[in-house]
Design a protein around this ligand. Structure first.
Ligand SMILES: NC(=O)c1ccc[n+]([C@@H]2O[C@H](COP(=O)([O-])OP(=O)(O)OC[C@H]3O[C@@H](n4cnc5c(N)ncnc54)[C@H](OP(=O)(O)O)[C@@H]3O)[C@@H](O)[C@H]2O)c1
Length: 234
């Protein structure tokens, strides 16, 4: 049976791979996008997740076109890297506002319908650096670590309603975000990954498909690393 899925930041990168994977699994999939054209074959809803009214409008559109959201993938995220001593407060708070508060906004809006239906799946896309830490990324790492506490608290709130809340923590994945890193830094990263390579967006998407599916019905509050072993032990 197809479910109504919403993937934030599903216009490119990891989000797009997740959206395509869930579509292939038979679900009705909507993605948020901010500019340009939405990807073909998916329902595109214009939405900036830093704006509560836009989040509400996007959910209304999804509800009208494919029904209340049953699977939410909070994937949209940004990075603004800088050493703490040089980081502006704006660069700190804007990353928190998108990655952590943005996930709060969409999860809060999604649980209404899920609670009514007494079923739902929420999957938050964190990062290996949330638990491992990363110099130059205090804003990003704090936002991604915050998602773990958020998910585990929400998993406790919603477990009795048959709603699961899980976190996927990708390592370094081939996307625009990692392509921006200097080559020397990319080589250094790969040296520290036990599997010796970046991951693919498909490898994240397959994990999300599992968590969204029937086989993961008894998994909640989990943090699933998909990182080539980089964060082992965290
Ligand atoms: N790439 C990696 O190695 C890696 C590793 C660990 C975790 N992650 C996490 O995985 C997620 C996806 O990363 P990615 O590499 O695919 O990133 P990406 O290629 O930079 O794409 C980011 C996506 O988020 C959307 N987005 C950003 N700010 C938004 C906002 N305010 N409102 C709505 N959408 C917004 C973007 O939309 P627009 O197209 O409109 O800009 C885009 O679709 C992020 O949360 C990231 O932190 C990535």
């Amino acid at each position: 049976m197809s479910r109504s899925v919403l993937v934030t930041g599903g216009s490119r990168g990891i989000g797009l791979a997740i959206a395509r994977e869930l579509k292939e699994a038979g679900d009705d999939v909507a993605v948020t996008y901010r500019s340009g054209e939405p990807p073909e074959g998916l329902l595109g809803v214009r939405c900036d997740i830093t704006d509560t009214d836009q989040v509400d409008a996007a959910f209304k559109q999804v509800e009208e076109e494919q029904g209340a959201v049953e699977v939410l993938v909070a994937n949209a995220g940004i990075a603004k890297d800088q050493l703490l001593a040089l980081m502006s407060e704006e660069d700190f708070s804007s990353v928190l506002d998108t990655n952590l508060t943005g996930s709060f906004r969409v999860a809060k809006r999604a649980v209404r319908g899920m609670m009514r239906k007494r079923t739902g799946r929420i999957i938050l896309i964190s990062s290996v650096v949330g638990l491992l830490g990363s110099g130059g990324q205090v804003n990003y790492a704090a936002s991604k670590a915050g998602l773990v506490g958020f998910a585990r608290s929400l998993a406790r709130e919603l477990g009795s309603r048959n709603i699961t809340v899980n976190v996927v923590a990708p390592g370094f994945i081939e996307t625009d975000m990692t392509a921006e890193l200097p080559e020397a830094r990319q080589a250094e990263i790969k040296k520290n990954v036990p599997l010796g390579r970046y991951g693919s967006t498909t490898e994240i998407a397959k994990t999300v498909r599992f968590l969204a599916g029937e086989d993961a019905a008894y998994i909640t509050g989990a943090v699933i690393p998909v990182d080539g072993g980089l964060g082992m032990g965290h």
